[in-house]
Design a protein around this ligand. Structure first.
Ligand SMILES: *[C@@H]1O[C@H](CO)[C@@H](O)[C@H](O)[C@H]1NC(C)=O
Ligand SMILES: *[C@@H]1O[C@H](CO)[C@@H](O)[C@H](O)[C@H]1NC(C)=O
Ligand SMILES: *[C@@H]1O[C@H](CO)[C@@H](O)[C@H](O)[C@H]1NC(C)=O
Length: 503
């Protein structure tokens, strides 16, 4: 054995050179391929993505990392984070928990869902006759930032455009938590999602072929399907923690101060520079004696420098009246405002998110007119100060409504929406070849420290009981609900008019 070795060693330069060159070119080829893979891989954190063409915004750049670190992260998180999950074990666990066992899982013990869940039927009504076809999905892609295919309890993600800040990461996380919450129960589904603010599927323009597109809000004039927004799992950029942490905190702080000790005026704090006529108009009402209102500008840069202490949501419940004004579209602030237990003064909204449709005027909020804005606010404040126990009761009802909308309620809504949607699909969803599997570890892998902290805080666990029972579709119920709502709002407008006449 020793002799041939010596011979080959002596000859090695002539053998070794082509071998070395081969190795080098192989390595170069491999690196080139790797580089190309890295630059083609789109991620939940926003790598290799442009903003949506229908709403341009500055995308995140990842220059804080070195090129190699970034490449390593993209490959590691995208391709090597989800492979160790044991599908056999997961499927077995899913099947076990989906099988009804014992009285807790019996159908009869499931509670009825809150009334506003009926809007799920209205949102999906445009496809009740045609069903949702492959063609619907492919057309919706023109308006989507990403596509989610849930297949066998696994989430597959096909990404087209970047989303502002960490919206995509937190929205996908929310869907993954839904799969954790109801293992084995979420049906196979194929859906398109846009993560920008404004609804885009105009009912007039798309009347011949309504397109199903999920987003965070809709209007009466759009087909867009509203879905819980990312902030339920947290909004790290402005220090808003997950809803399961934020709500109890707001409630506790708000209850530590008696109604009579709260400032008897209406308060709003936010960003008025968002192309929102209502918010611009609101600046005119900033006079505590004349209009009973205090309008404050939120400066996020300053808030960040001060560790967000002054903008803590629970610290904003010291007023008897809290104003809600829509921004560029709907605003995530609604849930925090109504949670305060103060009387929520909601300026007639144009947009609706999935839960705001459940709020009822004079029951859990006070409707404000956008036409004579300051007068309307002043009227509400005077009414509330003259009728403190009624005002307080409405505020409390608002807070109770938000308590029912715990994360349990959010997952139940997601579950029923996705289930009803899936029933309309006339095809078997299959992940497209361009989609990547996404799981808990792959999202956490892309998260920075703060994001990770929020994601972990909002981790869901299997529900000990089945989801609430969704009422069957009933068009008349929603119609009469909307009519009643309109009547109460008109009553309030009438009260305002009388007051002016009697002056
Ligand atoms: C996966 O789970 C199944 C069922 O629990 C088990 O029999 C199998 O050994 C597991 N495989 C691995 C690789 O852990
Ligand atoms: C929908 O489209 C029609 C026709 O282009 C337009 O007149 C209308 O203003 C649009 N509606 C909304 C809510 O954008
Ligand atoms: C509203 O008035 C208060 C008190 O006069 C002032 O501190 C605040 O800056 C004003 N808000 C805006 C948005 O100008």
């Amino acid at each position: 054995m020793g002799v041939p070795l010596r011979v080959s060693a002596a000859r090695s330069p002539s053998y070794f050179l082509p071998f070395l060159l081969g190795l080098l070119s192989l390595t170069a080829f491999f690196l080139y391929q790797l580089d190309s893979l890295v630059s083609r891989t789109k991620t939940v954190a926003g790598h290799n993505l442009d903003p949506t063409p229908w709403h341009i915004f500055p995308t995140r750049n990842f220059d804080e990392e070195t090129r190699q670190a970034r490449a390593y992260k993209i490959i590691q998180c995208s391709y090597f984070s989800c492979r160790y999950t044991n599908t056999t074990a997961a499927a077995a666990a899913a099947a076990a928990s989906a099988t009804p066992t014992g009285p807790r899982h019996s159908k009869s013990s499931a509670q009825e869902c809150p009334e506003f869940f009926s809007f799920i039927h209205r949102d999906l009504e445009p496809w009740s006759r045609t069903g949702i076809t492959k063609k619907h999905i492919m057309e919706s892609q023109n308006f989507a930032a990403f596509r989610v295919v849930i297949f066998g309890g696994r989430l597959h993600l096909d990404i087209y455009y970047a989303c502002v800040q960490s919206r995509m990461m937190f929205t996908i996380w929310g869907l993954l938590q839904l799969l954790e919450r109801y293992p084995g129960m979420v049906p196979d589904v194929d859906l398109m999602f846009d993560c920008m603010d404004k609804p885009n599927i105009n009912k007039t323009e798309h009347s011949s072929m309504p397109l199903p597109l999920f987003r965070y809000c809709t209007t009466q004039n759009h087909f867009d399907i509203p879905f819980p927004d990312w902030s339920f799992w947290g909004w790290p950029e402005i220090n808003i923690r997950p809803w399961n942490v934020e709500f109890p905190d707001i409630k506790q702080v708000s209850q530590s101060q008696r109604w009579s000790r709260k400032w008897p005026r209406a308060y709003w704090k936010g960003n008025p520079d968002v192309f929102s006529p209502v918010r611009t108009g609101l600046l005119q009402c900033n006079h505590s004696r004349k209009w009973g209102a205090q309008i404050m500008r939120q400066d996020w840069d300053e808030a960040a420098r001060g560790g967000f202490e002054t903008s803590k949501l629970s610290n904003q419940c010291k007023y008897r009246y809290k104003i809600y004004a829509e921004g560029f579209a709907w605003s995530v602030s609604l849930k925090y405002i109504v949670s305060c237990g103060s009387l929520a003064l909601i300026i007639s909204p144009e947009y609706e998110d999935f839960f705001s449709r459940g709020l009822f005027p004079k029951k859990n909020y006070w409707p404000i007119s956008s036409v004579k804005l300051c007068q309307s606010i002043k009227f509400a404040v005077d009414w509330g100060n003259a009728n403190p126990s009624e005002a307080q009761a409405i505020g409390k009802n608002g807070q109770d409504f938000m308590e029912i909308l715990s994360m349990d309620g959010v997952y139940e809504y997601m579950f029923h929406l996705i289930t009803e949607y899936s029933k309309l699909q006339d095809f078997k969803p299959v992940p497209p070849s361009s989609a990547l599997k996404v799981c808990r570890d792959s999202v956490l892998c892309f998260a920075d420290e703060k994001q990770k902290q929020y994601l972990e805080m909002s981790t869901a666990f299997p529900s000990p009981r089945p989801p609430c029972t969704l009422q069957p579709a009933n068009r008349n119920l929603i119609k009469s609900w909307l009519e009643q709502k309109q009547r109460v709002i008109e009553d309030v407008r009438e009260m305002e008019k009388q007051k002016v006449l009697n002056r």
